[in-house]
Design a protein around this ligand. Structure first.
Ligand code: SAH
Length: 214
């Protein structure tokens, strides 16, 4: 048995379900995905803690509750094609891999992308592709997407991401100044875009052409 199974169950019960995330599919995915495989060796004891964890290159894997909340807001269906901006460790991509038909994940640091790709391959995900590039411009070769999720904060919502949504598609992204943002949910209806949700969050910056300067 996986020695981390109990920690994972506790993480889902005490950090996520008890704080209001109800989507059973999201909870089930977080009960099975070995989060410890996505953090550096020396951070494994903290893999299931109620906090972000450092993954190198000044980046973090988001707190489990935030990952759960964002994934619930995203509302992924089994037939969906999803774009994940800011691969980081690959943990969010794995969750999407459990819920969606096809996942494209894009990361600006080649080393992080490489390591995430390795972990995802080892765990057997064959519906996730990791790309290196500037995700503020989305990932055009596989667009459009039913869902887009961004794990880094933008000063304003990048137009390219809205443009790469299907009609009826949805984008979840933290937006706002450098050290305090709001989680925004955008929905596309034809050429109209409607924004809802206003949850305060803090994310690392989204750096790129339609984000912050690096
Ligand atoms: N989803 C990740 C969280 C990583 S933190 C996980 O589950 O571990 C956010 C990531 O976004 C960092 O790895 C950072 O390098 C990346 N990032 C920042 N700006 C980016 C951009 N323009 N394009 C792609 N990735 C970006």
């Amino acid at each position: 048995m996986d020695p981390y199974q109990t920690e994972r169950e506790r993480m889902v019960e005490y950090q996520i379900a008890s704080k209001g995330v109800q989507d059973e599919k999201v909870l089930a995915a977080m009960r099975v995905i070995p989060r410890h495989c996505f953090v550096p060796e020396d951070a494994r004891p903290y893999a299931y803690a109620d906090s972000p964890v450092r993954i190198g290159k000044g980046q973090t894997i988001s707190q489990p509750y935030i990952v759960a909340l964002m994934t619930e807001l995203l509302g992924v269906q089994p037939e969906h094609r999803v774009l994940d901006v800011g691969t980081g460790s690959g943990y969010q991509a794995a969750i999407l891999g459990e819920l969606a038909a096809e996942v494209h994940s894009i990361e600006r640091h080649p080393e992080l992308a490489e390591s995430a790709r390795g972990v995802l391959e080892e765990l057997g995900y064959d519906n996730i592709e990791v790309h290196v590039g500037d995700g503020t411009e989305g990932y055009a070769p596989a667009a459009p997407y039913d869902r887009i999720i961004v794990a880094a904060a933008a000063p304003s919502v990048p137009q390219a991401l809205l443009d790469q949504l299907v009609d009826g598609g949805r984008l979840v992204i933290p937006v706002g100044p450098r050290f305090s943002q709001r989680l925004e949910v955008w929905e596309r209806k034809g050429e109209q875009f409607k924004q809802s949700s206003n949850i305060p969050v803090v994310f690392v910056p989204l750096i790129g052409k339609q984000g912050w300067e690096g």
